[in-house]
Design a protein around this ligand. Structure first.
Ligand SMILES: NC(=O)c1ccc[n+]([C@@H]2O[C@H](COP(=O)([O-])OP(=O)(O)OC[C@H]3O[C@@H](n4cnc5c(N)ncnc54)[C@H](OP(=O)(O)O)[C@@H]3O)[C@@H](O)[C@H]2O)c1
Length: 247
């Protein structure tokens, strides 16, 4: 499949590498332009592209840029045919991103993104840490893989994204429609807790919409104050605060 990835950071570049390794033809773009990511793209098995090139002639586009910058992609994506699937990996952290009142008032993040860019999105790969994506994927034959949620309103688009998620080494759980995708946002039990399929199913079901932003902010305050923060500590703390699954 031909895939464009917008955003060449922790998540975008890793997804480009994994999707290229699965046999897809991947174009990778950032904001500074292709010359700034030639080596990165080549190491990933992808082609460095401008944003305009990256979205041309592809079947799927992954957008993996900071949350508050997503509206900048509206005019770019307006040129893209309606049947191209757009995948949103983003998460909103008000301390880091500019504060967005609608999201603070409860609009699910990816609903806001979809409105801002003027087209449907499927939310995927947002609920795992970059380090999990880099190092914890396993082949489909592995006995117990980490599962991640995939939310969206179009069944066909979601099926395509679930296949791509599986190819990157994770079980893809259908997490329902985009309006329900708050269940996989920061501060929920499904978010960056490295659960298996049955655990993730119950995590999504037990999520508390009012509690999630409070958990999100409490976790961030804790992580920022912690010396020697490791990946394992982040996952363990996420689990301890939001789930009944021990690390
Ligand atoms: N890091 C994680 O653990 C993690 C996990 C799950 C989901 N996420 C989410 O995934 C998204 C990406 O996260 P990240 O950690 O990969 O970010 P990152 O490392 O900071 O990389 C961001 C990338 O976005 C590009 N970018 C910014 N504005 C752009 C624009 N207007 N047009 C094109 N490219 C633009 C940047 O390019 P330039 O450098 O050229 O500006 C950079 O390549 C975020 O929404 C984040 O919340 C992150």
């Amino acid at each position: 499949m031909k895939i464009g990835v917008i955003g060449a950071g922790n998540i975008g570049a890793t997804l480009a590498k994994k999707l290229a390794a699965s046999g897809h033809e991947v174009k990778l773009a950032n904001s500074k332009g292709p010359d700034s990511i030639r080596e990165l793209a080549s190491d990933a098995g992808a082609t460095a592209a401008s944003k305009e090139e990256a979205v041309r002639g592809v079947e799927a586009i992954v957008v993996s840029i900071p949350f508050a910058r997503l509206p900048e992609l509206a005019s770019l994506l307006a040129q893209v045919p309606a049947d191209v699937v757009v995948i949103d990996t983003s998460n909103y952290y008000p301390f880091r991103d500019e504060e967005i009142k609608e999201v603070d008032s409860g609009k699910p993040e990816s609903v806001w993104v979809s409105e801002q860019i003027g087209r449907p999105v499927v939310k995927a790969w947002n609920a795992l840490l970059a380090e999990t994506l880099v190092s914890k994927g396993q082949p489909a034959s592995a006995p117990s893989r980490i599962a991640i949620p995939v939310a969206g309103d179009d069944g066909q688009a979601k099926a395509l994204v679930r296949r791509l998620v599986e190819e990157t080494g994770f079980e893809a759980l259908d997490a329902g429609s985009l309006i329900d995708s708050w269940r996989q946002q920061p501060g929920t039990p499904a978010y960056c807790t490295e659960l298996h399929l049955d655990e993730l199913t119950s995590a999504l079901a037990t999520a508390d919409k009012a509690l999630a932003p409070l958990n999100r902010d409490a976790l961030m305050t804790f992580f920022m104050s912690e010396k020697d923060l490791t990946h394992e500590k982040v996952v363990a703390k996420n689990r301890a605060l939001t789930t009944n699954v021990s690390a």
